[in-house]
Design a protein around this ligand. Structure first.
Ligand SMILES: CC(C)(COP(=O)(O)OP(=O)(O)OC[C@H]1O[C@@H](n2cnc3c(N)ncnc32)[C@H](O)[C@@H]1OP(=O)(O)O)[C@@H](O)C(=O)NCCC(=O)NCCS
Length: 182
């Protein structure tokens, strides 16, 4: 799929996206429950946006090029530099356009951005074993299964076990300048 022109583009999430984002989140509650909780009100959205202030988390909207429609959202979270050069992916589709491959295409672009532009070395996705749609996405993207992390993330009122999946930068990649030389 990476050789085909993408139907979607990655746009940084901004305060101007508030009303559209919240409306789509409210329309997607059934799709997101119990895996993901996103802001559905102006107040929650503004709180959510603060996580992007220090640059350690980046937020994007996946938009369908032809229509501008927001198909979903992806975050590159917990970016750690130094010897790690890694981050963790968070993502969700919006219900009106879910199940059409837009998330797979948008996440493909997010991986390229993380490796080529951010010069990260590794991305993780942590997924509950029963979340079949999300497991299918990372498998399509070429992530590998690393193991089960017990009680890994606090989701929907409890510490949930998660499968840890990861993908590394292509072998031709050279390290970010922030990697310590010694
Ligand atoms: C996980 C989630 C983002 C997947 O979204 P999605 O829309 O199913 O993902 P894709 O864009 O890859 O679409 C895949 C579907 O589109 C179909 N499809 C159609 N055209 C396609 C194309 N060109 N390429 C790939 N898939 C295509 C696939 O067959 C698949 O359908 P299927 O599930 O019936 O087999 C979504 O289910 C979601 O938001 N879940 C709740 C939040 C969540 O769990 N987030 C992750 C937490 S770890």
């Amino acid at each position: 799929m990476s050789n085909m022109p993408s139907r979607v583009e990655l746009c940084p999430l901004t305060l101007a996206d508030q009303d559209e984002f919240c409306e789509l989140v409210r329309a997607s509650v059934e799709l997101h429950m119990p895996w993901m909780q996103l802001p559905g009100t102006a107040e929650d959205f503004q709180g959510w946006m603060r996580r992007f202030d220090d640059g350690s988390n980046l937020g994007f909207v996946i938009r369908v090029r032809e229509t501008g429609e927001a198909a979903g959202t992806v975050n590159i979270n917990s970016i750690i530099r130094g010897r790690y050069q890694g981050a963790s992916l968070g993502y969700a589709a919006f219900a009106p356009s879910a199940g059409r491959g837009y998330m797979t295409e948008g996440l493909t672009i997010a991986l390229q951005y993380a490796f080529d532009d951010l010069r990260l070395h590794r991305l993780e996705a942590n997924i509950q074993p029963a979340n079949k749609a999300s497991l299918a996405v990372v498998q399509r993207l070429g992530f590998r299964y690393e193991g089960l992390s017990p009680a890994y993330l606090y989701i929907d009122g409890a510490w949930r076990d998660h499968e840890r999946w990861s993908i590394s930068a292509p072998s031709a990649w050279t390290p970010d300048p922030s990697l310590p030389a010694v």
